[in-house]
Design a protein around this ligand. Structure first.
Ligand SMILES: [Mn+2]
Length: 378
């Protein structure tokens, strides 16, 4: 039986998208922390191999100190072989860190866009792979190819885009996977894990990234631990487990706030979904407010965000419509009723932008008529 970890898309040193630059810097440090946690796990678990399926760096941001950190981590676990298949963000070029930096002996880096492999005779494993040698790749290097020694455990470590035939990032078809003859294909490129599936005799899938970097990459992130055994008859037994290494997670919640009369009502509903979903100090939350609110309640996204407790950070998006009490408003003989009736069709049937503008206009006018200071969005 062999044991390996499958990870990808570390994007070490990449910038984080968060409003607060201090928190973005903290996130960069935490990403390195997630990486070292994974390395510590590999050591204590005694994995034989680590398959790293590309985009370990964002190439514009790859610092030598981060390369040095990686090299130190690799060297501290000499029993584990680290196999790296450079991706579209960290392609193997003569100037790249892969070519120029001296990595320890237990690190194996694919350096061409043709399929090649490393043999590990002591554990009966061949690891195939290839490298991006530039920011894009039009063809799948393993399409129509098969491993040389079918009786061995044959793994593929690869960066590419599965199921997108016109992809610029190494288009891979399910047919390529099914006919490949590999026992396990460790893919990188998609930041949200797909889980590991099986087609024909091949396990395949995306591990996802180690830490989410924005609201497009929600949920816990990590790597995949695989235990594989191949019998003499060529039968495959696999135990596959997703592991969490991320320190934080991005989450998006939609919240209907119809019935709320004050800021405090809205904040207490937000606190309620935080508890229900077990969001906590590890969570960067985007909370999208929906539903109908009294027109005189002027929402400030920033002010609401400052009142919410218990999260790493929160971003509030106000998609509500000022509607409650509409019956009386539409009959209001003053300018309030006239404005309301004029904006109502846009608020009900407009495009999302028109609805937002109409709702904002209504609140501003009502605020102005009531002599309230305008909603503070600063
Ligand atoms: Mn990629």
């Amino acid at each position: 039986m062999i044991k390996f970890l499958h990870c990808a898309d570390l994007h070490l040193d990449s910038p984080f998208s968060l409003d607060d630059p201090q928190k973005a810097e903290q996130r960069r440090a935490e990403l390195r922390g997630a990486f070292t946690s994974m390395m510590l796990f590999a050591k204590t678990e005694g994995v034989d191999l680590m398959l790293m399926a590309g985009d370990l760096f964002d190439c514009d941001y790859a610092g030598r100190d981060t390369a040095a950190l990686m090299a130190r981590e690799f060297a501290s676990n000499p029993k584990c072989r680290f196999i790296i298949a450079p991706g579209n963000h960290d392609p193997y070029t003569p100037e790249s860190i892969w070519a120029r930096f001296q990595f320890p002996e237990n690190v194996y880096i694919f350096d061409t866009d043709k399929l090649s492999y490393f043999s590990f005779d002591d554990i009966g494993v061949d690891v195939y792979g290839y490298a991006f040698v530039g920011p894009s790749m039009q063809q799948c290097p393993f399409a129509g190819k098969r491993p040389k020694n079918p009786e061995r455990i044959n793994l593929l470590c690869a960066h590419g885009e599965l199921g997108v035939p016109i992809s610029q990032y190494c288009p891979i078809t399910l047919d390529d996977v099914e006919k490949s003859g590999f026992d396990y294909i460790a893919l990188g490129h998609k930041h949200n894990t797909t889980g590991i599936d099986r087609v024909g005799n091949t396990y395949y899938g995306y591990s996802g990234c180690l830490e989410g970097r924005d609201f497009g990459e929600t949920g816990h992130k990590g790597a995949i631990l695989v235990k594989l055994e191949k019998t003499e008859a060529g039968e495959l037994h696999a135990e596959i487990r997703g592991l969490r290494f991320s320190k934080r997670r991005y989450e998006i919640a939609r919240l209907n706030v119809t019935g709320c009369m004050t800021d405090r009502d809205i904040v207490s509903r937000i606190q309620k979904i935080i508890i229900e979903n077990r969001y906590g100090p590890d969570t960067a939350l985007r909370c999208i407010l929906e539903g109908e609110l009294p027109p005189q309640l002027s929402i400030s996204e920033k002010r609401l965000a400052r009142s919410v407790q218990g999260l790493f950070s929160i971003e509030i998006v106000d998609n509500t419509v000022p509607m409650a009490g509409a019956e009386t408003l539409s009959e209001d003989p003053t300018i309030r009723g006239a404005v309301y009736n004029a904006l109502l069709p846009k608020m009900l049937e407009g495009t999302p932008e028109e609805r937002e503008t109409a709702a904002r206009a209504l609140r501003m006018i009502f605020d102005a008529l009531a002599g309230r200071p305008l909603a503070d969005d600063a």
